[in-house]
Design a protein around this ligand. Sequence first.
Ligand code: BTN
Length: 360
Amino acid sequence: MLTPLGFSLLRQLSDGAFHSGEDLAATVGLTRARVSQLLKQAETAGLALERVRGRGYRLLATPDFLDVKEIRAALEALGAEVAPPDAKAPLLPAANDDDLVVPGASTIPLHPAIAVEITDQVDSTSTELLRRATRRDIHGALLAAEWQTAGRGRRGRIWTAVAGGSLTFSLGWRFEQGAGFVAGLSLAVGVAVVRALEAEGLSGVELKWPNDLVHRHLKVGGILVELNGDALGPSTVVVGVGLNIRLPQAIKRDIAQPVSDLATVAGRGAPPIDRNKLLARLACELAASLSQYAAQGFMPFAAEWQRRHAYQGKPVRLLLPDGEQVKGTVAGVDSTGALVLADGPRRSRFLAGEISLRRA
Ligand code: BTN
């Protein structure tokens, strides 16, 4: 596990040059033995380090650490409205608070300013925003982490990421509508993510129902949308996105399903992916799509989602939560984001939840 001290060491090493153990120890005020221990932890987290006797340590691939100023500047350059750096999310009303300024159901802004926050380490960016949402208004809150100690995937799985080699972030949003309305939201998020990747020159990523991001059938990212609220609304949503930017081979092998990364999508010889710029682009596309969804629902995204679905018109099998399997051909998605499977003239609809899709 990486600690804040581990991160300050990595930031010093991010110039790619050799740093002696002694120098590193002196700058962070630790013993050389502790420095060596912290750097071993960094290697476990997926960072490639070289040790040379007499010269010290250097990072073989230097990560572009997430930088809040760069992300804010990139967002502004894209025309997004960004909250001031010191803006504090307003409190939500407690049952007996009469004197608070309440962002009530009818005042949820369609286009909130994006409040960017970066942290070195957190259990999960989504868990953290869900915790905050019980008391604060997280509408427009963007939280990205270099390292999640308990990253979560769909269906109770863990989400594996690499410090410096992944993007893991969550965006909070509020909707006046309730759970039924936001059912198709995770699919609209998939469309927004693929648009953002394309805008950054990463083309060829497709969607896999309900919300995987795949390249040549290998997973390069995933989306987890979690919801709090009443059936009738309003609802608070946390959109969690995990992307593999550059995963070491050993980590790829450790992940239970076949995976790839965006560096592979970019291809050999392509310039390295700038995670700060990519995160800004993703946040901008997501904010635009969430606003559009709040106004118009899933319908405006349906045709594009189908066009970007890797399995549109293809034979597939669905694994249902009770262990049953259903076979059919993907006819598309309906206006709520449910998958429509064709079996001869019969059409059946499936809601995302706990279902997984496999190639037949
Ligand atoms: C999946 O494909 O299973 C969804 C993966 C979602 C992972 C992201 S990483 C940022 C956010 N925080 C989490 O703990 N999970 C989501």
